[in-house]
Design a protein around this ligand. Structure first.
Ligand SMILES: [Zn+2]
Length: 243
């Protein structure tokens, strides 16, 4: 069962800080972004919180695209890249939350675009999250309008998915977030995932047509947060009335 978490947010003129802690004040995740626009701040914060908590993958496992799957991965690609893992509905958790967005990728030949991650020159988030894509495209262009960038992003995300398969062998990966709403991206990503695995046996399950799927819930982050809040309330004997 999930445990309560608390999110602290500090907004300033030059930077925004966020910290997620558990009931023992143990830090689960921290984020820092430059202050730009309110819309960018909201997207950065929601992506950070959703990626750092198991809420989305809990919600999808119970009610959405992960129903009936024992081992489930959820990846969200937006301003950042986050992910959650569930086994029998329980989130996989170590000392801190997983940080799959910072897994290293192999730079493609000819790709000299600067990484947007302040820590890594070749991580998934630095090369393929929203800010990196926007920089590749230039102003006023959408990912769907540039087949070359679309294929490159799909290729990188497919490699990320292949790493998840090799590390953890999920039965399904749900791909959410604003970037993943791009037409054809999921299909191309799935094909790239297969190419990256190159026929290696552990990846056989990944060849299934429904291995890479979009979320089914309209707002899995919110649904997951509500499920978590309800679980906490039940643990504390508050609002335990069942419908
Ligand atoms: Zn990174």
């Amino acid at each position: 069962m999930t445990e309560p978490m608390f999110v602290g947010i500090e907004t300033g003129g030059t930077k925004i800080l966020a910290r997620i802690v558990d009931t023992g004040d143990r830090v689960l995740a921290e984020g820092r972004w430059p202050t730009t626009t309110p819309e960018a701040a909201l997207e950065a914060l929601t992506t950070f919180i959703a990626g750092a908590t198991p809420g989305r993958s809990l919600a999808e496992w119970r009610r959405g695209a992960g129903q009936g799957v024992r081992c489930l991965a959820y990846v969200t690609v937006g301003t950042g890249i986050g992910g959650g893992f569930l086994v029998d509905g329980r989130p996989l958790h170590g000392a801190l939350h997983p940080e799959i967005g910072h897994l290293r990728l192999i730079r493609r030949d000819g790709d000299h675009a600067p990484s947007m991650c302040p820590f890594h020159q070749n991580c998934a988030e630095g090369l393929t999250a929203g800010p990196a894509i926007a920089r590749r495209l230039g102003v006023h262009r959408a990912l769907a309008e540039d087949p070359g960038v679309l294929e490159l992003v799909a290729d990188y995300l497919g490699e990320l998915g292949a790493s998840l398969v090799l590390c953890w062998s999920p039965e399904r990966i749900i791909w959410g977030g604003g970037v993943m709403a791009t037409p054809q991206l999921l299909e191309r990503l799935h094909a790239a995932l297969g190419r990256s695995l190159a026929g290696y046996g552990v990846g056989d399950a990944a060849a299934a047509p429904d291995f890479c799927v979009p979320p089914e819930l309209a707002d899995p982050g919110l649904a997951g947060a509500l499920l978590m809040a309800r679980a906490v309330a039940q643990e504390r004997g508050v609002g335990s009335r069942r419908r």
